[in-house]
Ligand binder design. Structure first.
Ligand SMILES: Cc1ncc(COP(=O)(O)O)c(C=O)c1O
Length: 320
């Protein structure tokens, strides 16, 4: 397998640790891959993708980076932090309206001095075109922009998770019956699915549906073929990898009381901090599927970070 050059923004390897008390609570043996520990400002799964995406930006002589996401996008925040670490300027197209008082990831975007533009949910459908138009404006000003798609989810970004799979294979950990992670734009699942892992990878959709994300995985996988020859093939959907539906709740970013309960369980059993948008939904899927007896044995919960998404949501947390 030949991978393109990557930076070393993420603190790797991230630990893979047993979670004995969470295992007792869930009734299956749970281990956790701690990608929430890739850094502080640079925490979570996006950093592994940015290692490849920003190496490419630097190699092409770019001086600024444009990307997009929701108002509280972890990817947008991580991109802004990484840009500042590399001396690049971040430009973020965010879906939603900027409030007078910002918190969580948006607070950090402000702190980092990212240039922000916003769009409506409707307008967000044209995000790729909007990013290209913005990049064109910057070129006209003499800048050299790099455009990164939503979530860093393209072939190049997903190589971060092809590499993560190889990292796991070299770590001291037992064999797993399944691996579970959250899916928001498909890049993490696509990379893991191309990583040649022995265990099936189950991506829990936090929005949209199975068909949408399965198609994303296939598209990204085809992009991987073009840039990283020798990468293990994409296995069969439903056996080697799958998109798990039914845990989206009322939609992106919206978490019901059952998701908050799981989030609290992880904190109280293991001191593990999840977020209500991605990781708590994924762990809730594991909890529910285990309770139903559909998922058995030993499971790896791939913690993809997102802790900043917890802040500003205190009103939803049930008090002890
Ligand atoms: C914390 C967190 N976990 C999981 C995901 C999902 O990863 P992906 O976008 O690669 O599907 C995201 C981003 O969307 C995220 O921010």
């Amino acid at each position: 397998m030949t991978l393109p050059r990557a930076l070393a923004l993420a603190r790797l390897p991230t630990p893979v640790l047993p979670a004995p008390r969470l295992s007792d609570a869930l009734g299956v043996e749970v281990w956790v891959k701690r990608d929430d520990l890739t850094g502080l400002g640079l925490s979570g799964n996006k950093v592994r993708k940015l290692d490849f995406l920003l190496a490419d930006a630097v190699d092409r002589g770019c001086d600024c980076v444009l990307t997009t996401g929701g108002l509280q996008s972890n990817h947008a925040r991580a991109t802004a932090v990484a840009c500042r670490q590399l001396g690049l300027e971040p430009f973020l197209l965010l879906r939603g309206a900027i409030p007078d008082v910002a918190d969580s990831n948006l607070l950090l975007d402000h702190l980092l001095g990212a240039t922000l533009r916003t769009c409506t949910t409707e307008g967000y459908r044209q995000r790729d075109a909007m990013l290209q138009a913005w990049a064109e404006e910057l070129r006209a000003e003499g800048r050299t922009p790099c455009v990164i798609p939503e979530g860093g989810s393209c072939g190049l970004g997903s190589l971060g998770y092809v590499r993560a799979a190889a990292e796991l294979a070299h770590q001291e950990a037992p064999a797993f019956d399944g691996i579970v992670c959250a899916v928001g734009s498909g890049g993490t699942l696509a990379g893991l699915a191309r990583g040649g892992l022995d265990a099936p990878v189950h991506g829990v959709a936090v929005c949209d549906d199975r068909a949408t994300f399965a198609a994303r995985v296939r598209t990204i996988s085809a992009e991987i073929d073009a840039i990283a020859p020798g990468t293990p093939p994409l296995g069969e959907e439903g056996r080697a990898w799958s998109v798990v539906e039914g845990y989206q709740g009322a939609g992106y970013g919206l978490a019901g009381p059952e998701v908050w309960d799981t989030l609290q369980l992880a904190a109280r059993t293991e001191g593990l901090l999840l977020d209500p948008v991605y990781t708590a939904k994924a762990l809730h899927a594991l909890r529910t599927e285990a309770r139903a007896g559909r998922w058995r044995g030993r499971w790896l919960f791939w913690h993809t970070g997102g802790a900043f998404g917890l802040f500003g949501r205190g009103a939803e947390l049930a008090r002890p």
